[in-house]
Design a protein around this ligand. Sequence first.
Ligand code: TTP
Ligand code: MG
Ligand code: MG
Length: 454
Amino acid sequence: MFTSMGLAVNDPNHGFCRDCLTLQRTVSRRCERCGSPRLVQHEELYRLHLAHIDCDAFYASIEKRDNPALKDRPVIIGGGKRGVVSTACYIARIHGVRSAMPMFKALEVCPEAVVIKPDMEKYVRVGREMRAMMQALTPLVEPLSIDEAFLDLAGTERLHGLPSALVLARFVQTIEKELGISASVGLSYCKFLAKVASDLRKPRGFSVIGEAEAISFLAEQPVTMIWGVGKAFAASLERDGIRMISQLQKMERADLMHRYGVIGDRLYRLARAEDDRQVDPRRDTKSVSAETTFDIDIASLDDLAPVLRALSEKVSTRLKKTDIAGRTVVLKLKSRDFKIRTRNRQLGDPTQLADRIFSVGLDILKREIDGTRYRLLGIGVSDLSDAANADPPDLVDVRARKRALAEGAIDALRDRFGGKAVETGYTFGKGHRGRPTRPEEDEGPELQHPWERI
Ligand code: TTP
Ligand code: MG
Ligand code: MG
């Protein structure tokens, strides 16, 4: 398939065509061989090896693949209990449908949409297939979620007989053909910009951000482009008059750290395109979780909540020890008749905090209190990432911030005096019936749920 047309690969003057993978003799708008406009040209194209690949409208693409009649129709995946949009295909997005939008609202803006209930097993299967195909390209694959991963292709040129950029272009062609889904590629020299790049020209995008233009590119972007700057934090930056990354580029590290703590240091570095995090395939750790089996089956929230609190603290401690955080909270219940229920909820930012894990877990748990007697309760987080991205200071919610600080103080005491020294309102003297009786707490197997089974 790959045609060099006698041109030296690795010459930055020659871009290539993403449709026929042919190197181009000149800088042009259309492929010299097949006429396609899908050309990639960039000074650093053959020097960059760090990629982020993210599938386009993942769940919706799979459903379209399996039912070609849906191809040109707006498709929304969602519904179910929470009644929100999981994802919308790009046609539905033109009408204004977005992830996490309440379904009634989505149908207001796009009444002709076809709504499909998620089939997680199927999506997980496809995600796994794609991951295996990535791992055939390089051992350095770091999955971020069901439909995306970082790949470091440095040093694989000899193996593939192709520069990384072409390996990536060929890879997306392969998954289009073999899996029937499309994906977008971001190619850069660091994780931050590879991830930013993959999102620039969705769907079927291929974007390159080189070292030479990194800083000027970032200068024109809003602060929300920085990893970990969620809505709440962006609002507090805005109150301080900071909206664009160019403003951060002019600020001193000490000033940013004084204002925003540890995250200030991250703002300083990422605004300057400094990011030396390596692609770490071990980050594939599926989830961090804790679960326990009761001696007596339990149906009431009053009895389950203290156990949930204790387990959340255990998960939080493990996260803090290993310096990682999770963005999806997963609750697991096993009923008397051994039926397993797992429920998960994605957060805006990754967390390490017992308080957050517990409150989200409790919220999910409340919906499962329906008289069923449970023999097992588990809580965990998945979608793991660096702790550096966790729990950005939410200056909007002062109470949440205070709780986080209090949690830090409790952790310090626990470190000094052991886990039992400090008990919070929820665990203290409550719910002895719900207390794990066998053994103290089982670590149990990792939670089985769609996000981490992949
Ligand atoms: P994303 O990669 O965030 O989104 P996407 O693949 O649907 O669309 P894009 O082209 O913008 O990448 O998430 C992957 C899948 O995860 C998505 O198809 C559905 C699921 N998901 C949810 O269930 N809820 C959410 O809020 C989000 C963001 C994703
Ligand atoms: Mg995606
Ligand atoms: Mg994704």
